[in-house]
Design a protein around this ligand. Structure first.
Ligand code: A2P
Length: 282
């Protein structure tokens, strides 16, 4: 990193204010926010929280472009906001790509460092893009669970749907920790704790390490195992709505599966029965 001196300095002063002079000019369309928490889950996954600019508004499920103040023209990548719209901080859940232009540096951030965030959020995984229904399925693989970490903490989700079924498939058990802990802790949440009780179901599976539930969600739903294990009725356009976020291959196969169940893809300007986030590979 060209500004490693500055990063080292901040490491010794974790509470350094974000008003420290940045090494490179911050463009008008970008916020420079202070990291307040970093937590590593596995050697490939971590979450971090940054301060929230007073003027920053977003809808739960949307994403923003984030980068680091380490170059004249920094690399930006799409990150779903994992915290709900009412939270006073902003949370992100990230993969660590060994030679990834952004994540090779981002994985080293510490409290007190700055993260750049473009001012305009966007995305398709929002309530406005779905027509009303009884159940909401949130289908993810890997870090694709991030926008759903936001949506399951939004009261609007429980105002609109009787039941919310959050699904995450990962290769290994350790990758399920972030969402499992979040959902477990949610019953104690002052704002949505009572709403989620008995209405939010988490269905996690692994594919490459032994676990109590194994297999890709597509295989488990098409084969019927998912519905047998959960007691939920087969997905139908009459009652069910869905959002999908994961790798390109997962998006393609899950979309085909939902279309096979009779659901139709929607968008912000044309709400329908399911939506996909194509902005990044999670
Ligand atoms: P698998 O181990 O069978 O490939 P990745 O890290 O490659 O993005 O995968 C994350 C998880 O998503 C893995 O459990 C992987 O299963 C699963 N997965 C990969 N491709 C698909 C797909 N096309 N449909 C559903 N799940 C998938």
């Amino acid at each position: 990193m060209t500004d490693s001196g500055i990063i080292d300095h901040r490491l010794t002063e974790p509470d350094a204010a974000p008003s420290d002079p940045p090494a490179f000019p911050i463009p008008d369309n970008v916020f420079a926010e202070k990291v307040v928490l970093v937590e590593h889950f596995t050697d490939r996954l971590f979450r971090f929280r940054i301060t929230r600019p007073a003027s920053f508004r977003f809808r739960s499920g949307e994403f923003v472009l984030i980068g680091l103040p380490n170059a004249e023209r920094p690399v930006f990548r799409a990150y779903s906001v994992a915290s709900p719209a009412w939270d006073e901080e902003i949370e992100f859940y990230s993969i660590k790509v060994p030679d990834g232009p952004l994540t090779e540096h981002l994985q080293k951030i510490k409290p007190g460092d700055r993260v750049l965030m473009r001012k305009k959020p966007t995305g398709t995984l929002v309530h406005d893009a779905l027509v009303p229904g009884k159940r909401l399925y949130l289908l993810s693989t890997g870090t694709g669970v991030a926008p759903f970490a936001s949506l399951i903490r939004d009261p609007e989700t429980y105002e609109k749907f009787e039941e919310v079924i959050l699904v995450q498939t990962c290769r290994e058990v350790g990758e399920l920790t972030y969402i499992t802990r979040l959902v477990t802790d949610l019953v104690n949440d002052l704002l949505v704790g009572e709403m989620v009780e008995g209405r939010l179901k988490l269905f996690t599976t692994t594919t490459r390490e032994p676990f109590e539930r194994m297999g890709r969600i597509t295989d488990l739903m098409i084969g019927g195992t998912f519905f047998e294990q959960t007691g939920l009725p087969h997905i139908s356009p009459a009652e069910d709505r869905a959002m999908i976020c994961g790798s390109m291959a997962m998006l393609k196969d899950t979309k085909a599966m939902l279309e096979g169940f009779g659901l139709i893809e929607g968008a912000n300007n044309a709400p329908a029965t399911f939506v996909i986030e194509r902005a990044f590979v999670g």
